[in-house]
Ligand binder design. Structure first.
Ligand code: MN3
Length: 214
């Protein structure tokens, strides 16, 4: 996958209807082909004349916002953030939901939240209480512990030095066609299609874990 300019909107790793009946085909299509596509296009347009940024990966752009020229900094933050957050969101989905949070991740969830059920409750509460548009994330913080955080609009956890491992998009475009204003019903359905294999990989791959394993 090309991870620098010119950014490409890779096809979903599954069909648009793959998350039925939990997330509907039309939402998946619009979310990927219209919403994410717009972030990709706007990011490319923003970077077009700034050739010295053309070999920056998405994460490098987001991790070095302070060194991005001021006139495009906000646009890079919003659009690179939009691409990063959406790619992460789509990667977190699988139907049927793969496995569960197993082995090391399950231990960490139990250590941090008491049990998987408690984690689910806490995560649901956090996702429900995102005000306006944004995301709820399970991240690894700089101490190496799991933490649930929110980000607003297209801010990313990277900017705050968290390593993301799971995300739910709670912008209304992620659920309004099927769940209307019932974000709680969407969150419940979303839990049915979490790709725990992907989440586990992120957990094992995040820098802090690598340090610990040495
Ligand atoms: Mn979205």
């Amino acid at each position: 996958m090309q991870d620098y300019y010119k950014f490409v909107n890779e096809p979903l790793p599954y069909s648009y209807k793959a998350m039925e009946p939990y997330i509907d085909i039309q939402t998946m299509y619009l979310h990927h082909d219209k919403h994410l596509q717009a972030y990709v296009d706007n990011l490319n347009k923003t970077l077009e004349d700034f050739t010295f940024l053309h070999n920056f990966t998405l994460e490098q752009l987001l991790n070095n916002l302070e060194s991005i020229p001021e006139e495009i900094r906000t646009s890079v933050k919003n659009n690179a953030g939009g691409v990063f957050n959406h790619r992460f969101y789509f990667n977190c989905l699988a139907n049927p939901s793969l496995g569960g949070p197993c082995e090391k991740l399950e231990e960490a969830i139990n250590r941090e939240f008491g049990s998987y059920e408690n984690f689910k409750q806490r995560f649901t509460q956090e996702a429900l209480s995102v005000f306006g548009s944004g995301y709820a994330w399970l991240v690894v913080n700089q101490k190496g512990d799991l933490q649930i955080i929110q980000t607003a609009n297209q801010e990313t956890p990277l900017a705050k030095h968290f390593s993301p491992i799971l995300v739910i998009d709670v912008w209304e475009h992620a659920y309004y066609l099927k769940h209307f204003n019932r974000r709680d019903a969407y969150i419940k359905d979303w839990f049915q299609v979490v790709n725990w294999d992907f989440v586990k990989e992120q957990y094992q791959g995040c820098p802090r874990r690598k340090l610990e394993m040495k």
